[in-house]
Design a protein around this ligand. Structure first.
Ligand code: CP
Ligand code: NVA
Length: 318
C-alpha cells in the first residue's frame, strides 16, 4: 500500500547542492527516511511507472547500489549509464543529453567531476537532476549521515561534531546541513586544504537561524574536544590522484586514531562516508571500534535516498 498523500514535496527543481533543500525539507526528509526504513512495504509502489537514469563519471559502490535498490524497492526502474571512459559532454553536449533523457525518464541522478556539468544538465533538463557526488558537494551522503546521528542521539539541536582532514565535497555538504540542523561543526584541516571560502560563508550565514556554529581550525585535538561525533574522509578524493603523495605529507598529523578519539566527549561516534584508506586518515582500530558507525551511515544511504526520490517524484507540489 502506498501512502504518498502526506509526502512533502521538495520545491526546488533539482538537488545540485545541499542548499536546494530548505531547513524544513531537510528535517522532513530525515523523518521520512526513518519511516521508510521502518515500514518499507508502505512505499513499495510509490514510484510505479517511473524511470530514472543514473549517469556516473566516477566509480561507486554505495551510491550506485543504493540508488538502484531504492528505485527498485519503490516500484520504479533505473537505467545506468557508465561515463567512466568518457566524461559527460564529450560525445555530445550535456545540454543535448539532458534533452534526450528528459523525454524518457522522470529524474537524472548524476555523479560528476565538476559542479558545472551538473548545473549544465539541470539547466536543460525538465526533470529533476540529483547530485550523486560532484567535486564540490555530496548531498546524498550528508542526508544519510544526519539521519544516522538523529537515530543514534535522538536530537540534532545542540549536537557537536568535528570533521578532520580535507575540506572537500563531503565536508562542504556536512557544513551546509549542520548549519541548518542546529549541529555545531568544527572542521580541522591543514593550511591550504580548508573548505571552499564561499561554502564556509554560506554555512556561517545560515547557522544563526538554527543556533549552530561553524568553526575552522588547524588543530585536530582542539576540533574534537567536546565533540560527540568525529568524521573523516579520504585525503585524496577522486580526481586528485596526482596529488596523493603530497597529500600524505600534508595530512600526516590529521589521522583519526585512538589517541584523537580519547579527546572527544564521552561516547562519541566515529563516522566516515567510505571508502576508507586504513592507516591514512583513520586507523583500523578506530574503524573497527564500537564507536564506529560507518556501516549504519552506509545503510542509511538507501533509506535517505528513498526519501529524497519520494519527495521529488511522489510528493505533493503546492
Ligand atoms: N560514500 C560514497 O558515496 O561511496 P561510493 O563512492 O562508493 O558511492
Ligand atoms: N571525497 C571523496 C568521497 C567519496 C565517496 C571523493 O570525492 O572521492
Amino acid at each position: 500500500m502506498t501512502t504518498t498523500a502526506n509526502i512533502p514535496a521538495i520545491q526546488a527543481p533539482h538537488l545540485l547542492a545541499d542548499t536546494d533543500l530548505t531547513a524544513d525539507e531537510l528535517q522532513a526528509l530525515i523523518s521520512l527516511a526513518v519511516d521508510v526504513k521502518r515500514s518499507p512495504a508502505r512505499y513499495a509502489t510509490a514510484l510505479a511507472g517511473k524511470s530514472i537514469a543514473l549517469l556516473f563519471e566516477k566509480p561507486s559502490l554505495r551510491t550506485r547500489v543504493t540508488f538502484e535498490l531504492a528505485i527498485q524497492q519503490l516500484g520504479g526502474h533505473s537505467v545506468f549509464q557508465d561515463h567512466r571512459d568518457g566524461r559527460i559532454g564529450e560525445r555530445e553536449p550535456a545540454k543535448d543529453m539532458a534533452r534526450n533523457l528528459d523525454r524518457w525518464v522522470d529524474a537524472i541522478v548524476a555523479r560528476t567531476f565538476t559542479q558545472q556539468i551538473l548545473e549544465r544538465l539541470a539547466q536543460w533538463s525538465s526533470v529533476p537532476v540529483i547530485n550523486a557526488l560532484s567535486g564540490k558537494y555530496h548531498p546524498c551522503q550528508a542526508m544519510a549521515d544526519f539521519q544516522t546521528l538523529y537515530e543514534r542521539f535522538g536530537s540534532l539541536k545542540g549536537f557537536k561534531m568535528a570533521f578532520i582532514g580535507d575540506g572537500n565535497n563531503v565536508c562542504h555538504s556536512l557544513m551546509l546541513c549542520a548549519a541548518r540542523l542546529g549541529v555545531s561543526l568544527t572542521v580541522a584541516t591543514p593550511p591550504e586544504y580548508e573548505p571552499d571560502a564561499e561554502v564556509v560563508a554560506h554555512a556561517r550565514a545560515i547557522a544563526p537561524s538554527s543556533g549552530a556554529a561553524i568553526e575552522l581550525s588547524f588543530d585536530p585535538r582542539q576540533a574534537v574536544s567536546g565533540a560527540s561525533a568525529v568524521y573523516t574522509d579520504i585525503w585524496t578524493s577522486m580526481g586528485w590522484e596526482a596529488e596523493t603523495q603530497q597529500r600524505r605529507v600534508a595530512f600526516a598529523g590529521f589521522q583519526v586514531n585512538d589517541e584523537l578519539m580519547a579527546e572527544t566527549a564521552p561516547n562519541a561516534v566515529f563516522m566516515h562516508c567510505l571508502p576508507a584508506a586504513r592507516g591514512e586518515e583513520v586507523t583500523d582500530s578506530v574503524m573497527e571500534s564500537p564507536a564506529s558507525i560507518v556501516f549504519d551511515q552506509a545503510e542509511n544511504r538507501l533509506h535517505a535516498q528513498k526519501a529524497l526520490l519520494l519527495m521529488f517524484l511522489a510528493g505533493k507540489r503546492s
